[in-house]
Design a protein around this ligand. Structure first.
Ligand code: SAM
Length: 291
């Protein structure tokens, strides 16, 4: 077995901590947290609870979103004197929808060693138990808090073929689901992972059209912390176009520019513009090859 690790002087450790269950902490994280000279914590009271649980008594400084820049000099000064520092946030991995990125960037730029001590992160935890077979995913984190910007952001994500991972707060979960349906349509799969590793952990998968009703069926389901995993856009399959729609498209493509032909075909046939567009590109390619 690997032996207990002692922190190296002048090194910043980025330490992942539990996202609920306090026992989800690595032996290595405990080694480092016990032995570093100073801890930089997002909320010193939250971290104090974790440290108390493991009987660790440590000097702490606050490092949160609003003082991250200002804290860099303090951390750099400690490192320059050969001290070791551990950064932790309230839950999970620092820098993942949490403070840490600025500190790490500037400390590395100053030539100090930064060492990650990996552990829990809600996104990966949810993904591991969602049963998603698609090979790729896109971690998005928090969507904007208000409707307009949130829907605009979803529009920009709409055509991504990857499973998208969102973080969401309980007071916005229902409006977020409404916007997901409005922008992405109601047919995609969603996995709602709430209160992971905690007493009321729930992992529920359904189609987007059924998600709001499921949440509203029991007010308790709207409580706690959420990760949402939404399946990616499915590439349109031109082979599924009815023959008549294909015929209309072919006729219009003879005399009209591609975009115009696609728009008119969609209006006449009622078929999806995306699918018609894919078919139009195929036809155009075939024609070019015949020339
Ligand atoms: N750094 C953390 C990580 O590595 O996952 C994320 C911190 S972010 C400020 C907090 C958000 O993560 C919550 O609002 C929620 O969306 C998600 N989250 C954190 N803990 C969770 C849990 N136990 N169950 C579900 N989601 C959780």
């Amino acid at each position: 077995m690997q032996s207990k690790e002692l922190p190296s002087p002048g090194t910043l450790y980025i330490v992942a901590t539990p996202i609920g269950n306090l026992r989800d902490i690595t032996l290595r994280a405990l080694d480092i947290l016990s032995a570093v000279d100073v801890m930089a914590a997002e909320d010193t009271r939250t971290t104090a609870n974790l440290l108390r649980h493991y009987s660790i008594n440590k000097k702490m400084m606050a490092l949160h979103r609003h003082n991250e820049n200002a804290t860099v000099d303090k951390v750099a000064s400690l490192l320059s004197r050969g001290q070791s520092v551990a950064l932790v946030t309230d839950a999970g991995t620092p820098g993942i929808s949490d403070p840490g990125g600025i500190l790490v960037k500037l400390i590395r730029e100053q030539g100090y060693k930064v060492v990650p001590v990996p552990g829990p992160s809600a996104a990966v935890c949810a993904l591991s138990a969602a049963g998603i077979t698609a090979p790729h995913f896109l971690f998005y984190g928090f969507l904007p808090a208000s409707g307009g910007p949130r829907r605009r952001e979803l529009e920009a994500l709409k055509s991504q073929p990857y499973t998208i991972i969102f973080y969401e707060a309980p007071h916005r979960i229902l409006e977020c689901l409404t916007d997901l349906v409005e922008v992405l349509g109601d047919q995609r799969r969603i996995t709602i992972a709430r209160e992971l590793t905690k007493l009321f952990e729930t992992i529920h998968s359904c189609e987007l059209r059924d998600a709001s009703a499921w949440l509203q069926a029991d007010p308790n389901r709207q409580k706690g912390e959420f990760v949402l995993l939404v399946s990616g856009a499915v590439a349109p399959n031109p082979a599924e176009l009815p023959e008549q729609a294909q015929h209309i498209l072919k006729l219009l493509l003879r005399d009209l520019p591609l975009k115009h032909a696609v728009t008119l075909s969609a209006e006449i046939s009622g078929e999806s513009k995306n699918t018609l567009y894919s078919q139009a590109l195929l036809l155009q390619r075939e024609q070019n090859q015949q020339k």
